[in-house]
Design a protein around this ligand. Structure first.
Ligand code: ADP
Length: 490
């Protein structure tokens, strides 16, 4: 859907207030790190964990909407927050567990492996729906199990106080970055299912997460500068994911509802396109079969003519087939318009000739009504798609016949002061209320005669699209019980 594709600027993604908040928080934390690194580490881990738990809580309460990958990201951030708290409590200098720098590094790495692998699996199999409760329970249990295993030494060493990070730790950071890059690419391909701002927030989250891993490959001591920036980038990454959830669920909840709605509309349009193609296929051979049947009957008839009953049956069958053809053509036009495959082939023609010929062709149908048609045409040449303009005028005329039966209908053709051609179709029928006038050109909008007259409510929608594709306008003037006048300016 194009409704959410507006121009994205950095300010849309991170408004000034959020930027100022994040900047101040990071500056204060960096200042604290110069004074006491352990205090910095504890505070930044608390900030990251708070953001993680908040993100999880928002995501969980929004789970009844189709959040897509945001649901798993929200739960994963909650799980990481849990591991993060453990990591903080075990950090070098903390007297809670009083262990060396290996365990907190192992906890960090295990948590990042868990996050990136689950995310990648979720991105690869995103078509598969998993129940939210099942997802939550299994991810939480796995996190607790993972933390326990790491705690009891069932994870490779990550940090040696003498030599710094182990080979395993450094290679793992690159592997995790690879998983994250892959998920980021997969997400980029499906970003259209999210509002633009949300997808950019998630892309920025991926960017900072990858940066975090890469920066964490290069520290020697768990109190040094690379370690500090790694933590800062991790905080910024979590904040962007938190913003994605908050923007989606709290600031613009309608986008989420519309996402579900838009998915339903897309499914409907796809079905209409498929159904109309399928319905159209047997129609042409059916029409030919009926013509052959008619010729066969004529051949067999001794006086070379058909009896009245056969004539009536054949004429009704042909009329119904034409009607079916028209309805299906309308559906096909709509699906072409939806997918941008609607084309206009212009040629120079005299519009007055087009209109008079078209009215002449309607004569058999006019004979069955009590309406009278009057023409008031100037000779005007214009560069238009003949078939499509014929379609528009025919639609306006048949609507007048359908919805203003028995009234006088006038078709006019004149020039505006700027030299543009105006075609108008006026009837003296029941008219259209002001309130319905604004909806009449929408898809599937049907009005006054819902029950009495057949139709799909597509004619005026397609007509307006055709005219707009010519760079023109189609509108109407009408008052209840005073008739309607439709204008086409080309
Ligand atoms: P359809 O004829 O299939 O319903 P349209 O898009 O051509 O679809 O018309 C939409 C609705 O506009 C119609 O259902 C009818 O209620 C109203 N309408 C169109 N033309 C007229 C008219 N000349 N007078 C009164 N109502 C009209």
């Amino acid at each position: 859907m194009k409704n959410n594709q507006h121009i994205i600027t950095p300010i849309n993604i991170l408004p000034v207030v959020d930027f100022a908040f994040l900047f101040t928080l990071v500056s204060i934390l960096i200042a604290i790190s110069r004074y006491n690194y352990l205090l910095f580490h504890s505070l930044i881990e608390i900030a990251i964990a708070t953001i993680g738990f908040l993100t999880f809580a928002f995501t969980w309460h929004l789970r009844r909407f189709d959040l897509g990958i945001l649901l798993i990201l929200g739960i994963l951030l909650g799980c990481s927050a849990f591991m993060g708290v453990f990591h903080m409590l075990t950090y070098k200098g903390m007297v809670v567990f009083n262990v060396g720098p290996n365990l907190p590094t192992q906890l960090w790495l295990a948590s990042r492996y868990f996050f990136s692998v689950i995310l990648l699996v979720a991105m690869l199999f995103r078509g598969i729906k998993v129940h939210a409760n099942l997802l939550l329970v299994s991810l939480c249990l796995s996190t607790v199990l993972l933390a326990t295993l790491v705690f009891y030494g069932a994870f490779p060493d990550c940090f040696d106080p003498a030599t710094g990070q182990t080979r395993f730790k450094i290679i793992s950071e690159y592997v995790i970055s690879g998983f994250l890059v892959t998920s980021m690419v997969l997400f980029w391909r499906t970003r259209s299912t999210y509002p633009s701002v949300v997808s950019w927030l998630i892309m920025t989250f991926f960017g900072f997460s990858i940066l975090t891993e890469l920066v964490f490959t290069s520290y020697f001591g768990v109190y040094d500068l690379s370690n500090l920036f790694g933590h800062v980038f991790h905080l910024v990454a979590s904040y962007f994911l938190y913003k994605a959830i908050v923007v989606t669920g709290l600031e613009n909840p309608y986008d989420l509802m519309f996402k579900n709605l838009n998915d339903a509309v897309r499914a409907r349009d796809e079905f209409i396109s498929l159904a109309s193609h399928e319905l159209k296929t047997p129609l042409t051979p059916l029409k030919m079969q009926i013509q052959m049947f008619q010729r066969e009957l004529l051949k067999r008839s001794p006086d070379g003519d058909l009896d009245e009953r056969s004539k009536k049956i054949l004429s009704t069958t042909n009329q119904q087939l034409d009607r079916l053809n028209q309805l299906i053509d309308g559906m096909l036009d709509v699906s072409r318009l939806n997918t941008g495959r609607f084309e206009i082939f212009k040629e120079k023609i005299d519009l007055s000739v087009l209109i008079s010929e078209l009215v002449k062709r309607q004569e058999p149908m006019l004979a069955t009504t009590t309406s009278a048609i009057e023409l008031s045409l100037m000779s005007i040449e214009a560069e238009v798609d003949r078939m499509r303009i014929e379609q528009v005028v025919t639609n306006l005329l048949t609507n007048a016949l359908k919805y203003a039966p028995g009234s006088k209908i006038t078709i006019g053709l004149e020039k505006t002061a700027e030299g543009r051609a105006v075609i108008w179709v006026r009837d003296e029928g029941p008219g259209i209320s002001k309130e319905f006038q604004s909806k009449i050109f929408d898809r599937y909008e049907r009005g006054v005669s819902k029950s009495s007259e057949g139709g799909l409510g597509l004619g005026l929608y397609i007509s307006r699209q055709i005219i707009e594709n010519h760079g023109g306008t189609l509108w109407l003037e009408s008052e209840p019980s005073k008739g309607s006048k439709f204008f086409v300016v080309l």
